[in-house]
Design a protein around this ligand. Structure first.
Ligand code: NI
Length: 393
């Protein structure tokens, strides 16, 4: 069966453009959720559950017994003003689908359209997860997972559009494909004084500078060259006049890692460096380290199954290795329930300049959308084969 022939490309593009015109930010996707529910209502027998204020889960039961599969798309947009001149550009000022979640939503609706037509032949149950708030920690995935609605799911699949690859190229890999994405805040307390009497105070600008410099040695000197890690300081604030030595300083940053071991080692090193430097200068510090989304860890057996079904169902699609991306993704929350796989779907332009996700000029080639749709559908249609790849782990 040529699964691409079952995909209704016009419908998918229509959904995608409507969503693109009407973007909503995380946890505020009220009209988006309503629109998705209206489209799903056209498919008799599909049950809809609303486990949170926004986002929904649609359930399609196949005509034959089989596994329960979770297919996930995120639905939220970003607080960005669109700078792309499109007939379907954002109509909501300051909000834009700059990460392609409009494409994800349309592709998952497209998969529901395909699978609904195949439902007599479909083995098992498909749970379509239209997930809110991927862009804003603590994220929407956790709310849906905690609702218990997905407790019986035996395998999850999710994908993200990817402008670094052209339509027809998908990427996947075993192991970590996104990062543990954490945030830290360091508040330093010293003693303020007159700029001409530095010996009377404890200069937090100087202490902060030492900390900023030393934190940058962690990746270079405490993390193996074979591990993936990033530490970035995005904010350093101290002082507000030329003649005052400031009594406080604030440092904000992010840590990205792909393993729990490296994550914990970096947390310990941050504490040691900050406390050690503060002690040396007589300052004190409060360190507030917030664990964000866990890394998405792709399951080996599912990855083999994915390669098998993509090759069989879409002979013109190529599968490349997905290198770990240091961004965060709350798809990781689903792997607490069952094995999960996250892949990328090429939507990059065939030539010319292009912009990455979260850029006001982000733009996709819609030729990739029917492929992403077909893969969602194929993942569910052949799910009875998933067990036979378990041994590959
Ligand atoms: Ni995204």
């Amino acid at each position: 069966m040529d699964i691409l022939k079952l995909v209704d490309t016009q419908k998918i593009i229509g959904w995608r453009r409507h969503l693109h015109m009407h973007p909503e930010v995380s946890f505020k996707e009220f009209e988006t959720t309503e629109y998705i529910a209206q489209q799903i209502a056209k498919y008799p027998g599909v049950e809809v559950f609303r486990p949170a204020k926004t986002g929904l889960v649609a359930v399609l039961k196949g005509g034959k017994p089989g596994k329960t599969i979770g297919l996930r798309a995120d639905i939220d947009a970003l607080p960005i003003t669109e700078e792309v001149d499109l007939p379907f550009a954002s109509k909501n000022p300051g909000v834009m689908h700059a990460c392609g979640h409009d494409c994800h939503t349309a592709m998952l609706l497209g998969a529901l359209d395909v699978l609904h037509r195949q439902k007599d032949e479909l083995k098992g149950t498909v749970k379509f997860i239209f997930q809110h708030a991927e862009e804003h920690p603590p994220g929407g995935a956790l709310e849906i997972v905690n609702s218990g609605l997905l407790d019986d799911v035996e395998a999850f699949y999710g994908s993200h559009v990817f402008v670094d690859a052209p339509p027809g190229e998908v990427r996947a890999a075993v192991g970590p494909v996104t990062a543990n994405a954490d945030v830290f805040a360091i508040n330093i307390q010293g003693v303020g004084t007159h700029a001409a009497l530095p010996e009377k105070g404890i200069d937090t600008l100087l202490v902060g500078t030492e900390i900023v410099r030393a934190l940058h040695t962690i990746i270079a000197r405490n993390v193996s060259a074979f591990d993936n890690a990033v530490l970035t300081i995005g904010t350093f604030k101290a002082g507000n006049a030329h003649n005052i030595i400031p009594d406080t300083a604030e440092i904000l940053g992010t840590v990205r890692t792909t393993t729990q071991e490296v994550r914990e080692a970096i947390v310990k090193r941050i504490n040691d460096i900050v406390n050690g430097i503060c002690a040396a200068y007589g300052a004190t510090a409060e360190i507030d380290y917030t664990y964000g989304y866990d890394a998405v860890n792709n399951h080996g057996g599912l990855c083999d199954y994915f390669a098998h079904i993509v090759t069989a169902a879409l002979p013109h699609v190529t599968i490349e290795k997905l290198e770990p991306m240091m961004g965060g993704e709350d798809f990781s929350a689903y792997s607490k329930i069952a094995p999960a796989l996250f892949a990328t779907i090429g939507v990059g332009p065939k030539e010319g300049e292009f912009f990455q996700a979260h850029h006001p000029k982000f733009c996709v080639d819609e030729d990739g959308l029917p492929i992403g749709t077909a893969i969602y559908a194929a993942f569910a249609l052949h799910a009875e084969q998933i067990g036979s790849f378990e041994k590959a782990n």
